[in-house]
Design a protein around this ligand. Structure first.
Ligand SMILES: [Fe+2]
Ligand SMILES: [Fe+2]
Length: 295
C-alpha cells in the first residue's frame, strides 16, 4: 500500500479574499505532484450560493482530471440551504469509499446557518458500524470539516465539534489512522495515541490568521510510514511537518511520531520572496514581506 494524498480545505469560492492566482497555483502544483487521491475537507463556498457551488464544481472537475476526489461539506457550504446544491452538484456529504487498501469515510459536520459543527447520533452509529467492517490490514481515513482538538494560534476557541468526545472515542476504539479536516484556516498536526489528526489551512484565500499563509497538506503513506508535508500555495514551497513510523506489535500497529516543527509556525520563504510574490501580496492588501523583515 502506497498512496500520495493531497488534503485541501477552505477554498471558499465567493469569498472577497479568494484569489484566482492561488487557484491557478494549486491546480498546477497538484497536477505536477501527480497524487493518487485528493481529499477536500469542506468550505468549498463562502455563503453556500449556487453560483459559488458552480465555480467549486468546475474546480472539483479539474481536480478529478488529476486523481480521485473525496469531498465533505463545511459550515459555509451549509449557509442559505446550500447543502441542497452540495448534494446536487458535488455528491453525498456522508460516504464510505475504498481506494486500494485504504477506506475513506466522509462525515457531514456542517449544520444550517451556524458555524458550530456536530456529527449527531445517526452518523456516529453509522461510522461505528462501517468501521467494524473494515478489514484489519486496511488503512482508515476519516474526513470531516470541523476540528476535533483545539488548534494553536487560532485565538479564542470556538466551533469545536459539539460531540467531539463521542466521535474521538469511536475513532480511537476502531484504530482510525488519519483524521483530516480544515475550518480554522491554520494548518495543524497532532497525534493522539496511534491516530494523526491533520487540519489543513485555507488553500486559496487570504483569510489567514496572524502571520499565516495560504496552504494545504501532502501526505505520503505506505505500510512503514506516513510523512506529512505542508505546501504553500503562493510558491509551492513544501516542508515536512511530521513523520510517523508504524511498528507491528502483539497488540496491533503502534505509531511512533516525530514532529519537525509546529505547522502553524512554518513560513513559506527560506529567503526573501520574489519580486512577483511581493507585488501579489501588496495587491492582496497584505505584505508578508514586511512581516518577514519584522521576524
Ligand atoms: Fe473556512
Ligand atoms: Fe469552516
Amino acid at each position: 500500500m502506497e498512496a500520495k494524498i493531497i488534503h485541501i480545505s477552505d477554498v471558499h469560492f465567493g469569498d472577497p479574499t479568494f484569489s484566482d492566482n492561488l487557484k491557478f497555483n494549486i491546480l498546477s502544483q497538484i497536477q505536477d505532484n501527480n497524487p493518487d487521491m485528493i481529499i477536500f475537507a469542506g468550505d468549498l463556498t463562502y455563503n453556500g450560493h449556487l453560483n459559488e457551488y458552480d465555480n467549486a464544481n468546475e474546480f472539483i472537475d479539474e481536480l478529478k482530471s488529476i486523481a480521485e476526489v473525496h469531498v465533505v461539506p463545511g459550515n459555509h457550504d451549509a449557509r442559505n440551504v446550500g447543502l441542497v446544491h452540495f448534494e446536487n452538484l458535488i455528491g453525498k456529504p456522508i460516504f464510505k469509499r475504498k481506494s486500494g487498501k485504504i477506506v475513506i469515510l466522509g462525515l457531514d459536520s456542517a449544520r444550517e446557518d451556524i458555524n458550530d459543527g456536530n456529527i449527531g447520533p445517526f452518523q456516529l452509529q453509522w461510522l461505528k458500524s462501517e468501521l467494524e467492517k473494515v478489514p484489519k490490514n486496511f488503512g482508515k481515513i476519516v474526513v470531516l470539516h470541523h476540528h476535533l482538538i483545539p488548534i494553536p494560534q487560532t485565538g479564542r476557541e470556538r466551533n469545536i465539534l459539539l460531540d467531539c468526545g463521542d466521535l474521538l472515542q469511536i475513532l480511537q476504539d476502531h484504530h482510525v489512522d488519519l483524521v483530516l479536516g480544515g475550518h480554522k484556516h491554520v494548518p495543524n498536526v497532532v497525534t493522539l495515541e496511534n491516530m494523526a489528526i491533520i487540519n489543513s489551512g485555507t488553500a486559496t484565500t487570504r483569510r489567514v490568521r496572524g502571520n499565516g499563509h495560504p496552504c494545504y497538506s501532502e501526505l505520503i503513506l505506505n505500510e512503514e510510514e506516513l510523512n506529512a508535508y505542508i505546501v504553500f500555495t503562493e510558491n509551492g514551497a513544501k516542508k515536512l511537518v511530521a513523520k510517523y513510523i508504524f511498528e507491528e506489535t502483539d497488540k496491533g500497529v503502534k505509531m511512533h511520531s516525530h514532529k519537525y516543527e509546529a505547522a502553524y509556525r512554518i513560513r513559506p520563504y527560506n529567503q526573501f520572496p520574489s519580486f512577483q510574490d511581493i507585488i501579489a501580496q501588496i495587491i492582496c492588501g497584505k505584505s508578508h514581506f514586511i512581516n518577514l523583515l519584522k521576524n
